[in-house]
Design a protein around this ligand. Structure first.
Ligand SMILES: [Zn+2]
Length: 457
C-alpha cells in the first residue's frame, strides 16, 4: 500500500480568555482552607484523565463572571475585570520555572521555587479556583514570578493541550484559564485498497469510520463487497480540529475519490456541514444526497431487521438517522405538508407529499414549528421539526420514510436519490466545488511527497 500524508494549518492558534475571578484579600486570615488538604494529598492522576477542551471552549464566550462565592459582602460591588496584560508589563520580575516530576506535589515544587508557606497556600487557592489540582500530572510546568524584593507576583501553570492557569497576586488575587483556539487542519491520504476499505484505512492510521461515510454515499451504486477486488486507488481529504497534539471533535471527510474498474467516483462533502453531499462519476454529477438531518449518521437501513424494541424480525420501512435531541430536521424535496400529528409507534410525525404519488414521512420528532400547517408549501431544505424519541424509539433519532403509491421504498435507492437530485435543480456551484476539492487534494498530496520521505517511520 502506498500512503502519502500531509497537513496544513488553516487557522493559526490564538489565545482566548475564559473566566476572570477576583478574590478578597482577607483570605490570609481565614483558617487553612480545604483546597490545601487536597494539595497535600496530591497523587499523579491517571494518564487517561482527559482534559475536556470542547467543554472549556464553551466557556470562552463568557468574560467576567462573578464567582458564586461572593457571600463575603452583603452587596458585592461591581468589580472591574482584572487587567492581566498591563499587570504583566508593569514591573521587572524574577522568573523561576520548573516541571512537576513523578511523586512531587505542587506544594513541594512551589517550595523549590522559594515561596513561603503562606504564599504557597495562596497560589494553591488561586489555581484551584480554575483547575482541579487533583488532575495534576508529572510533566506539567510551573512558572513563578517574584518582584526584585521577593514578593510573589504571578504564577502560570501549564497543563494539557496548551491550557494555562494564570494567577496574579497584587491588591487582589485574580485567576484565569487560558485556552488556545483549536487549529483546523486539512489532511489528505493516497492509498490503495487491499482487502476492504475499512481495513485499508485502519491499517493506514486513517479514521476507519470514513469507510462507513463512503458506503453511505455510494450505497446503491457501488457494492463494496462485490465490486472491490483490491488494488483500487482511494484518495481522501478530511478536516481535523486539534489542540496541542490532541484531536478534538470527530474528523470529517471533505472529499473522496475512488477508482473502480476505470470509473472514477468522487464525493464532495459540504464544508460547513450544511447542504448536501454531491456524488460524481467520471466528473459528471450523479446525484445529490439530500439529508433530512445534516451531518447525522445513518443508524439503521431500510429492509428486514431485528426490531430494536420488540426483538423480532420486522420490515423497517425507512431509514434512521441518529442525532441529538433537538437537531433540526429538513425536507428532502419540495412539496406540500399533508399531515402533522401523532401516529402510534411513529410518535410525532410530519408528512409531505411530492407530486401525486410520493410522500415523505419524518417520525419520532420532539417538536414541529407552530407556524407550519397542513397544506403549506415547503421547499427542499426547509426546517419542519426537531429530532426526538416520541413513539417507539430506543433513543433520539429521525425515522425517514419515502412512500410511493402508499408503499414504502428504500430512501437510499438509486431512483430515490436521482429524484432528489433533479428536485434540487441544477446547481452551477457543484462543479466548481469538485474542481476546488481536486486542487486542494492534489496540493496537499504534493506537499506530502517530500514530507513523507523524511518523516516516514
Ligand atoms: Zn426507523
Amino acid at each position: 500500500m502506498r500512503l502519502r500524508y500531509s497537513a496544513t494549518g488553516v487557522v493559526a492558534a490564538s489565545v482566548a480568555v475564559a473566566l476572570v475571578l477576583g478574590f478578597p484579600t482577607n483570605w490570609k486570615k481565614a483558617p487553612v482552607p480545604e483546597a490545601l488538604a487536597v494539595i497535600s494529598d496530591w497523587q499523579p492522576a491517571s494518564l487517561q484523565e482527559p482534559v475536556a477542551p470542547v467543554q472549556l471552549l464553551t466557556v470562552l464566550s463568557s468574560t467576567a463572571v462573578e464567582p458564586e462565592t461572593v457571600g463575603w459582602s452583603p452587596e458585592p460591588p461591581a468589580r472591574p475585570v482584572f487587567d492581566f496584560a498591563s499587570f504583566k508589563a508593569a514591573l521587572p520580575v524574577q522568573t523561576w520555572s520548573g516541571t512537576l516530576s513523578t511523586g512531587e506535589t505542587l506544594d513541594s515544587l512551589l517550595s523549590t521555587a522559594g515561596l513561603s508557606a503562606p504564599d504557597r497556600a495562596e497560589v494553591a487557592l488561586a489555581l484551584a479556583a480554575e483547575y482541579d489540582l487533583r488532575k495534576l500530572k508529572p510533566g506539567y510546568t510551573l512558572e513563578v514570578e517574584t518582584s526584585p524584593s521577593g514578593f510573589l507576583r504571578r504564577v502560570v501553570l501549564s497543563v494539557d493541550a496548551g491550557v494555562q492557569i494564570e494567577g496574579v497576586f497584587a491588591e487582589e488575587i485574580a485567576t484565569r484559564k487560558i485556552v488556545p483556539e483549536p487549529d483546523l487542519v486539512l489532511r489528505a491520504a493516497d492509498t490503495t485498497v487491499e482487502t476492504s476499505i475499512f481495513a485499508t484505512l485502519a491499517s493506514a492510521g486513517i479514521p476507519p469510520r470514513f469507510a462507513v461515510d463512503m458506503a453511505e454515499m455510494l450505497g446503491g451504486t457501488v457494492d463494496f463487497r462485490r465490486d472491490l477486488t483490491g488494488g483500487e486507488k482511494l484518495q481522501l481529504m478530511w478536516r481535523e480540529a486539534t489542540l496541542g497534539d490532541q484531536v478534538i471533535r470527530q474528523p470529517r471527510l471533505s472529499f473522496a475519490a475512488l477508482t473502480i474498474n476505470e470509473a472514477l467516483f468522487e464525493i464532495v462533502w459540504p464544508d460547513d456541514n450544511s447542504g448536501n453531499a454531491t456524488i460524481f462519476v467520471d466528473g459528471e454529477l450523479l446525484r445529490v444526497f439530500a439529508q433530512p438531518v445534516k451531518g447525522a449518521r445513518l443508524s439503521s437501513v431500510y429492509g428486514n431487521r431485528r426490531h430494536p424494541v420488540y426483538g423480532d424480525v420486522r420490515m423497517h420501512t425507512g431509514v434512521d438517522f441518529a442525532a441529538p435531541h433537538g437537531t433540526p430536521v429538513y425536507t428532502t424535496a419540495p412539496g406540500r405538508i399533508s399531515f402533522i400529528g401523532r401516529r402510534g409507534g411513529y410518535g410525532r410525525v410530519i408528512e409531505v407529499t411530492h407530486g401525486t404519488d410520493t410522500m415523505t414521512r419524518y417520525a419520532h420528532l420532539s417538536s414541529v414549528p407552530e407556524s407550519l400547517a397542513i397544506g403549506d408549501r415547503v421547499a427542499a431544505g426547509d426546517n419542519i421539526g426537531r429530532v426526538g424519541a416520541t413513539g417507539t424509539a430506543t433513543g433520539p433519532n429521525l425515522h425517514y420514510e419515502v412512500r410511493v403509491d402508499g408503499r414504502p421504498t428504500d430512501p437510499m435507492s438509486e431512483e430515490r436519490l436521482a429524484e432528489a437530485a433533479s428536485a434540487a435543480g441544477p446547481n452551477p456551484n457543484v462543479h466548481a466545488r469538485l474542481k476546488n476539492s481536486r486542487t486542494q487534494l492534489s496540493g496537499l498530496l504534493d506537499q506530502g511527497v517530500t514530507k513523507a520521505k523524511s518523516e516516514r517511520l
